[in-house]
Design a protein around this ligand. Sequence first.
Ligand code: NAP
Length: 436
Amino acid sequence: MYAADELLTQSGVRVNVFERLPTPYGLVRAGVAPDHQNTKRVTRLFDEVSRSPGFTFYLNVEVGSDVSHSELLAHHHAVVYAVGAPNDRRLDVDGMGLPGTGTATEMVAWINGHPEYTDLPVTLEHERVVLVGNGNVALDVARILTTDPDALARTDIADHALAALRQSKVNEVVIAARRGPAQSAFTLPELIGLTSTCDVVLDATDQALVQADLATAEDPLIRNKLEVLSKLGDASVPATRPQIRLAYRLTPARILGTALVSGIDFTVTGSDRICHLDAGLVLTSIGYRGKAIRDLPFDDVAAVIPNDGGRVIDPQTAQPVPGSYVAGWIKRGPNGFIGTNKSCAAETVQSVVDDYNAGLLTAPRTRPHALAKLVRSRRPDVVNAAGWRAIDEAEIKRGGGRRPRDKFTSVADMLAVAAAAPTPPFTQRMLAGFCH
Ligand code: NAP
């Protein structure tokens, strides 16, 4: 959406945005935690962009199966892939895959009502959950698991997640990092946000590690994080409500259990010593991973599409792949804040504009309406901006003023609402034109 916004600042440009779900905005809708409504507010800007002249949504259309890369290219000067990093990095230890193991990224999708994760088996029967990795995603999941469900009920958390959290027996979430406090992957604002809303504690060993790092750390950002960590509560004090324990220097060794997870063994990093934790749910939170796109090159190690300033590069020839661009996590890997994607998209759009001005882009072979006709022939239930607005309004209405929205979590329900949306007269005229 940032790339679309940037492109539409150029006069005469038309932008078509494709998305495989009937709802747009990807990670903002399905990845940002429901109690971070301020962050989700960026969708207001995206809604504004989607109302710009020259903008068209093709939602509920999957690129790669419903339409191919070459078909898109034939209908446009350029195609920009901003598909994010939908997979997660896998932890290769014995026991991963047992019922009761999973990934924080799946859990986040379940919490946010992503239609493909509604049936995720989430076990909240045991008093302890362990998260492996201590990035911001781990903090998000730990916060949701320990927050009072009545507070979450005022967010747009999925109904199924709220119901499960109301029954939860979890009273401790351990966030286990393989390195020390100074190398914590979470960011300072997120740590401050966590400590201001949840009980976050350290045991004596980890408090000593924080003090040792504080004695040597020079980087002011790291020092600030360590200062916050040094003021955390003591894990040995009995808890009165669910709490989060940050644990350090724990390298995952194996997950234990037979039919269901019973715990996890770590080695104390740099030693052979085993540290065991009982748990009923072990979630890895060790980063997202990009996925290859059919007909485009892929760097399997970095899990990104090889590119130079957003221009897709063919590794065989080291030359740009004509008309093909990337922006966001599929371009630079899964890092940074939502806003990082604005400058990332601006760089890509500059490459598109430079290539257009240099005469390197092939003009579409067809008139714009031919694309709408092609898409409709493949996906008669394509959702346009009016359809999305109908879904959006229906969700807000279902929230009943008590919540920002109550999300639809089934594609069929979304499509039913979109299909009932009144078609704007202009679109009706255009469609009538296409059919003859
Ligand atoms: P991340 O920040 O890259 O953190 C990954 C964590 O996994 C690190 O602690 C890393 O430890 C650990 N790890 C990696 N491989 C491991 C292994 N084999 N065994 C044990 N631990 C391992 O990833 P993320 O939390 O998924 O976040 C992705 C991006 O989204 C980040 O840029 C994050 O800031 C951003 N994000 C932001 C927000 C927000 O602003 N509110 C919310 C969510 C996500 P090492 O450091 O030792 O490798």
